[in-house]
Write a protein that binds this ligand. Structure first.
Ligand code: SF4
Ligand code: SF4
Length: 472
């Protein structure tokens, strides 16, 4: 069973005025000394290395290709030499990676067959370029092509759903960032719509970006079957399952991804990668990432070579002398980097968070007014003051038993009973939790974020899901 909310996210939370939110400032990061390139990136299986230690490689050269299952090619992202091929931990999973020392040069080898006019592609030639460029590994479940690049075959694609909004705590101002790229975005949208035999296209834009929504509408006024919708900015409106349900009205069943209902979900940055692949033959060697959190000197967008290690990002952009925690992704769902030198920014990473460590216990924390604390309960003074709210790693309280406040229930976007799921899952009763739609949880992390008893609800739910998967 699944419950669908056509008008927008049910529950959810509006993150406002959070310190460390990126501005629409841009910078090109200098070529890193080395890159760590996982052979598994984005959607799909691990690819097979096509290079050996000691080989010279060029940025844009294919260095990994799948020989079975679903995958997309992997490319070298700097010019240089392969120093090592080893196992690393990337986003909670072990994968093989190539460590490439760079020679600091900036040239990139492009692919043949690019066309400035995207309407001139045949389905076969577009499929080839999308696949060879690696952009097929983007999106919630990969981009379907004539190759084995997605869990969805081309004839099963029913809609293209595009997220033009970010709603997490350190969200970028999407409209400001992409206002000057409307033409490229629309060309990529039209090309993909034609590629998938004129399927309906839905674009979700934040209510904060009405000007951007209007620019998209104006630019697409001659296109049929492309709808631009202005949506609530509440987190997690931009999650693929929620966005598909809101825009298409089709429910994504519990435990399934949007591909189960024929929905291909991309975001604006993915569309830009599609545009560059088709118009320039540009393989996926770099991407824009946001730098969120007070651990950075400045919060902005930076273009990095894919595979740039966290250590190099922090050396250039982190606050010196401040103890921080680095995450690939946002503070609610991101992966904490353990080994900064071997934690790369992969091709699917859009944001990074660098949060100041604060492990001290605050004396009489419950009597503090909470001037800078973000709180769902509105008991802190910060709810009524226009001060920036600070996110750090401190628990700001004590672990306690559940007090039945029902905040987690009210905020859950699915909607579920997170307190009950936590209770079952933390006692090894995943089977019982299954009856309460355990698999319907989309792991947005809001329940843990708002819980006044500081219960790691989402972590318990994830453990319960793992338990169920093992039993299958
Ligand atoms: S993590 Fe799961 S249970 Fe918690 S609020 Fe999000 S969807 Fe609901
Ligand atoms: S938010 Fe925490 S304390 Fe409140 S009902 Fe949910 S689990 Fe219990």
């Amino acid at each position: 069973m699944s419950i669908c909310f056509r008008k927008g996210v049910r529950g959810g939370y509006l993150f406002k005025n959070i310190q460390g939110t990126p501005k629409a400032n841009f910078e090109e990061m200098k070529i890193p000394k080395y890159v760590v390139i996982p052979f598994t990136q984005g959607f799909g299986e691990q690819t097979k290395p096509l290079v050996n230690v000691g080989d010279k490689v060029k940025a844009g050269q294919m260095i990994g290709k799948g020989d079975k299952g679903i995958s997309s090619p992997i490319h070298a992202t700097v010019n240089g030499k392969v120093r090592e091929i080893r196992e690393i931990e990337y986003r909670g999973k072990k994968t093989l990676a190539a460590i490439v020392d760079s020679d600091s040069s900036t040239e990139v080898v492009t692919l043949d067959g690019a066309k400035k006019d995207l309407s001139k592609f045949s389905q076969e030639s577009m499929s080839r370029l999308l696949y060879l460029s690696g952009v097929t590994s983007l999106g919630a479940t990969g981009l379907p092509t004539l190759e084995a690049s997605s869990s969805l075959s081309m004839d099963k694609v029913k809609f293209l759903v595009v997220s033009a909004l970010e709603t997490q705590p350190f969200a970028i101002p999407t409209g400001l960032v992409y206002q000057s790229k409307v033409s490229e975005i629309c060309q990529a949208l039209q090309a993909l719509q034609k590629f998938y035999k004129d399927i309906p296209v839905y674009v979700g834009v934040s209510q904060k970006d009405k000007k951007f929504a209007q620019s998209l509408r104006d630019s697409l006024s001659q296109s049929k079957n492309i709808e631009i919708h202005v949506l609530s900015h509440k987190y997690p409106q931009d999650f693929p399952e929620i966005l598909t349900e809101t825009l298409t009205g089709v429910c994504v069943p519990d435990g399934e991804k949007p591909d189960s209902v024929g929905s291909v979900v991309l975001d604006i940055a993915d569309l830009m990668a599609v545009y560059h692949a088709l118009s320039e033959g540009m393989p996926l060697v770099s991407r824009w990432i946001s730098l969120g959190g007070s651990g950075y000197k400045e919060n902005k967008l930076v273009r990095v070579r894919i595979g740039t290690p966290a250590s190099e990002i922090l050396a250039q952009f982190g606050k010196p002398g401040v103890e921080t925690r680095f995450l690939l992704g946002d503070p609610l769902t991101g992966d904490v980097a353990q080994d900064l030198a071997l934690t790369p920014v992969g091709r699917e990473i859009k944001s990074t968070s660098c949060i100041e460590e604060d492990a001290k216990r605050h004396f009489l924390f419950f009597m503090r007014p909470g001037l800078r604390a973000d709180s769902y309960s509105r008991i802190f003074a910060s709810s009524y003051l226009p001060l920036e709210k600070k996110l750090d790693t401190n628990l700001h309280g004590e672990h306690r038993p559940c007090i039945q406040c029902s905040y987690c229930e009210d905020i859950c976007p699915r909607p579920l009973l997170p307190n009950m799921l936590h209770r079952y899952c933390s006692h090894g009763m995943a089977e019982e939790a299954k009856g309460l739609r355990l698999m319907g949880c989309i792991e947005c992390g809001l329940c843990s974020y708002v819980c006044p008893s500081k219960i790691s609800i989402m972590r318990d739910i994830q453990k319960g899901k793992e338990e169920l998967k093992k039993e299958l």
